[in-house]
Design a protein around this ligand. Structure first.
Ligand SMILES: [Zn+2]
Length: 285
């Protein structure tokens, strides 16, 4: 039934697909949906402890290897790298390096994504929320590029060199429930953590998560097996998992606590009623 169903996740780094929505991607892949992941960078700016570097020439090599492991675990049809350079958090030197995603032109990144949408013809596209979860410049850049690409893909006058127009049906942002984030922040404070300077580089402000309150339009209930597969995929990103790491640490922890459900805001088509969807492919023939 779902043989021709396709979902594309537009991410920025190797691990975004596992720590954020690994369970959902695994669940759809297991149901026969072709699940693709766009990965803008190879995670070059990630922090990696020396013991993980054995046998690898560079951080990009290591993280590409970890991504391959995660993609196999999740059952992804393919991972498509855009070849940009990982940017650090806002204001860091990594942002200004040549090839950095944060420095790339939005139109250019969107054009690359349009070409992929037109080739793979996904009915459903998933990406970050407008603040990229925690204001990582690469997440924000990919959110903007994905939204632009979603609308441009169906317009034959835009990016004509990127193939015949194709309009994906639905666009979702992965979001964290506001109420839940409040509990997390309280818990962290209770345990004496400085919530304004989290992560290995002390550059993640958990209070940022509370500033936004995106609506939840779709809730995916994860089967036990999907949760386990998501955890297996997360474990592939071992170099990013050590305690307090900027990505695995906090997002991984939040994911663990969220547990059995993934939450999404639907950007397209616009939501009218209040009923929450239980399937991202709802209404897609
Ligand atoms: Zn990321």
């Amino acid at each position: 039934m779902s043989a021709d169903r396709t979902l594309v996740f537009v991410g920025a780094h190797p691990d975004d697909e596992s720590f954020g929505i690994g369970g959902t991607l695994a669940q759809y892949a297991a149901a026969g949906v072709k699940v693709y992941c766009i990965c803008a960078t190879r995670g070059e700016a990630g922090e990696v402890a020396p013991e993980f570097m054995k046998g690898f020439d560079s951080i990009a090599d290591l993280r590409t290897h970890e991504m391959k492991c995660a993609a196999e675990a999740l059952g992804l049809a393919d991972v498509i790298y855009l070849g940009y350079r990982d940017s650090g958090m806002a204001g860091t030197e990594d942002n200004k390096r040549p090839g950095a995603l944060a420095a790339a032109l939005l139109d250019e990144v969107a054009g690359r994504i349009v070409e992929i949408f037109r080739r793979l013809k996904p009915q459903v596209v998933v990406t970050f929320d407008p603040v990229g979860g925690y204001h990582h410049p690469d997440h924000v850049a990919m959110h903007k590029a994905a939204v632009l690409a979603f609308h441009a893909s169906g317009d034959p006058n835009q990016y004509p060199e990127a193939g015949p127009a194709f309009q994906p049906r639905k666009l979702y942002f992965m979001v964290f429930p506001h109420r839940f984030m409040k509990v997390i922040v309280k818990l962290m404070s209770f345990f004496g953590r400085d919530i304004h300077h989290m992560g290995k580089n002390k550059d993640i402000d958990l209070a940022d998560f509370l500033e936004t309150d995106f609506p939840i339009h779709a809730v995916i209930r994860l089967k036990k097996e999907s949760i386990r597969t998501g955890e297996r995929a997360s474990a592939c990103h071992a170099s990013q998992l050590f305690e307090d790491s900027p990505r695995g640490g906090i997002l991984g922890l939040i994911g663990k606590l969220l547990g059995r459900r993934d939450y999404f805001m639907r950007a397209e088509p616009p939501v009218t009623g209040r009923r929450k969807e239980r399937d991202l492919f709802e209404g897609v023939v």
